[in-house]
Design a protein around this ligand. Structure first.
Ligand code: TYD
Length: 206
């Protein structure tokens, strides 16, 4: 089963991913948690270029293609082999982040991004996507508490981050069977409880 976690900055995906992985392992599942961009040695190098605050001149198109390059590597090197071996793959961001940030945020044509992405992903798509929804004000102020994690994209305007949030909500509305929306302004424990219930009930149905 391929599960992706999506959401704006500071929504708590990374913490949730680690806790879900731990919970599933304890229940005896084979599970791996990976993140985008990154998740492979080559992807990690691409991540460094993408998030480097010195790269202020990076164009939206370049951004999208670099995220896609990292994704192409992750899909073939990690995601596909694990899915084939029957593991649950938890992925901290995936293609929907490109549609939300580069599509809705930077206003690149979402249809074009989807077309290029079918080549990038070889048609591998999430079975379930959990959206941790939070307002940019709240998410970015959480991020500011940890200056180490501040990156080049965090510094985009608040309007950009508003469009990203709305983009995620629009994507979720368009495919309600795949997306589950969780209010990420709740406590870390409440988010974990809600997300685990969603995930475990989906696993039961399989
Ligand atoms: P990261 O530090 O991993 O942030 P987070 O903890 O919020 O996931 O940085 C990833 C950044 O890259 C984040 O700002 C979202 C952005 N991003 C895109 O713009 N497009 C994409 O396709 C992906 C995967 C991430």
């Amino acid at each position: 089963m391929f599960v992706t976690l999506e959401g704006p900055e500071g929504s708590g995906k990374t913490t949730l991913c680690a806790r879900l992985e731990h919970m599933l392992v304890k229940k005896g599942h084979q599970v791996i948690c990976v993140r985008e961009p990154g998740g492979t040695v080559i992807g990690q190098q691409v991540r460094d270029v993408l998030l480097d605050q010195r790269n202020t001149g990076m164009l939206p198109e370049t951004e999208f293609l670099l995220f896609s390059a990292s994704r192409a590597q992750l899909i073939r090197e990690v995601v596909m082999p694990h899915l084939e071996s029957g593991a649950i793959v938890l992925c901290d961001r995936f293609l929907d982040s490109s549609l939300a940030y580069q599509g809705y945020g930077h206003r690149l044509d979402v249809g074009v991004l989807e077309k290029i992405s079918s080549f990038v992903t070889s048609g591998i798509a999430p079975d379930m996507t959990i959206l941790l929804d939070i307002s940019p004000d709240e998410g970015l102020s959480r991020r500011k508490q940890d200056p180490e994690s501040w990156n080049r994209l965090d510094a985009y305007s608040i309007d950009f981050h508003e469009r990203v949030r709305k983009g995620f909500l629009r994507l979720a509305e368009n495919s309600p069977n795949r997306w589950k929306v969780v209010d990420a302004s709740q406590s870390e424990d409440a988010i974990f409880t809600e997300a685990s219930t969603i995930l475990l009930s989906a696993l039961d149905k399989r």
